[in-house]
Design a protein around this ligand. Structure first.
Ligand code: ZN
Length: 443
């Protein structure tokens, strides 16, 4: 079947869009719930995988399993709520109600120039309202996750005040960044019509590149306090590593991640010719300089092997492909009519509806994404290994997993869909780790 036939088939389709969207939504929920069920069984195991015996004691393992179960139960509840929300949106034409409501607000916005009352501004209002509504609904979930789950396991360092302040900042930032992007993108869709995918794709890629620079340099500092890593063993080791592999290190910072959570992390950011390495104080406080350098060797491995650029290229191909597919649905009368739009066909709503139709493809793409990102993780581990950090990296990975209570064991199908990183036993075995018992170093 050619694409033209496919398009006309959809256009003249004589079936219920509501049934299709409902079916796909329930299908996705059923599939991911089945994965959760499989993972829950693994999280009920009482002993760590054979390859990790001696590295992780039973008590720590049990605690990480319990943490994993709590998080999974919470995610499943979240998902059930999301399903009900989607079904209500489909059944009660909530997009049309939001569209009309945002139209009424726009009509009352006398401060805007009169040339700004078209579909683009209306789309921006729709997006703003929808984002605010979604954020408000998600607040109780976020509160529960931070104070009940993270708090129970000793990870949360937020107070109610600091958490609320972060939420307000998040909403403001997503609107300040999101609204102009929505305006630019839908202006392009409006201008180019059905041939928007290539232009829309190009602009989205440029926006992603800009965001990759803006977020770590300007947004992250709004949430954390930066200070320079002091002179000493750690700083010398990191600088030596950077110069050995030609990383254009300009600044070395530590941020107060411990003010919010005791989970640890490290990342790098900046422009191609001038970069900074950022370490969470939680990482510095709990690891030796050699272990931290090994973690950074892994991170810089991602840089050296162009993983970020490759990921951007990979995502861009997917994006343009999706835009082409969505173009087949965006100009479909019956789709809009069925969801309460008889006189206008706002593409922003078309995209929202398309996201339901696209669910099975999204699912397949997720599996592909995971394969790609795990491949990169193995490559970055190998890079650290090749530069002499094998033992420190092994120690660091075990320590980080224990401290963060990261799920150590996983069902293969759940893992293939959810995990961007291989789990600890997989990474250790790729690094050639032998359990301490086999090495005769049993503690
Ligand atoms: Zn990595």
């Amino acid at each position: 079947m050619s694409l033209a036939n496919f398009t006309s088939l959809i256009r003249e389709a004589n079936f219920s869009w509501t049934d299709l969207l409902t079916g796909l939504t329930i299908g996705e929920f059923t599939f991911t719930s089945y994965l959760d069920y499989r993972q829950y069984n693994v999280l009920n195991k009482k002993t760590p995988p054979e390859s990790l015996k001696g590295a992780i004691d039973d008590e720590t393992f049990e605690k990480s399993q319990l943490y994993g179960r709590e998080k999974l139960k919470f995610a499943s509840f979240n998902k059930l709520f999301g399903l009900l929300q989607s079904l209500a949106t489909i059944k009660y034409n909530l997009y049309a109600k939001f569209w009309n409501f945002s139209g009424n607000l726009l009509a009352k916005s006398h401060f805007l120039p009169s040339s700004w009352n078209g579909i683009i501004t209306h789309s921006v209002y729709f997006f703003a309202l929808y984002t605010l509504f979604g954020t408000l609904i998600s607040l109780p979930f976020s509160y529960y996750n931070t104070f009940k789950i993270e708090g129970k396991f000793g990870f949360n360092k937020h107070t109610l005040k600091s958490w609320s302040l972060d939420k307000v900042k998040e909403i403001l930032i997503s609107l300040v960044i999101g609204l102009p992007i929505v305006a630019i993108f839908f202006k392009i869709v409006d201008y180019y019509g059905e041939s928007f995918p290539l232009y829309g794709g190009a602009v989205t890629i440029i926006i992603q590149l800009i965001l990759q620079t803006i977020v770590p340099n300007f947004i992250t500092p709004l949430f954390f306090k930066y200070s320079k890593v002091e002179e000493g063993e750690l700083r010398t080791k990191l600088e030596n590593l950077a110069s050995e592999i030609g990383f254009p290190l300009n600044n070395l910072y530590v941020i107060d991640g411990s003010s919010k959570s005791s989970h640890s992390n490290a990342f790098f950011s900046g422009l191609p010719w001038s970069k900074q390495i950022v370490l969470f104080d939680t990482l510095i406080n709990h690891s030796t300089p050699d272990e931290i350098t090994a973690v950074l060797a892994h991170e810089l491995g991602h840089w050296k092997m162009n993983h970020i650029a490759k990921a951007l290229a990979f995502n861009s191909i997917q994006l343009v492909f999706l835009f082409y597919l969505s173009a087949k649905f965006l100009y479909n009368d019956s789709l809009y009519r069925e969801f309460g739009f008889s006189t206008v066909q706002p593409p922003i709503v078309g995209f929202c509806l398309f996201s339901y139709i696209f669910e099975p493809i999204n699912c397949a793409l997720t599996f592909g994404d995971r394969i790609f990102s795990r491949h990169n993780e193995y490559e970055a581990d190998k890079f650290a290994n090749d530069h002499g950090y094998k033992d420190s990296l092994i120690d660091a990975l075990i320590k980080l997993d224990i401290q963060n209570l990261i799920t150590i064991d996983a069902d293969w199908l759940y893992s293939s869909y959810h995990h961007s990183h291989p789990i600890l036993p997989e990474r250790l075995s790729a690094l050639g780790y032998l359990p301490k018992q086999i090495l005769g170093k049993d503690k």
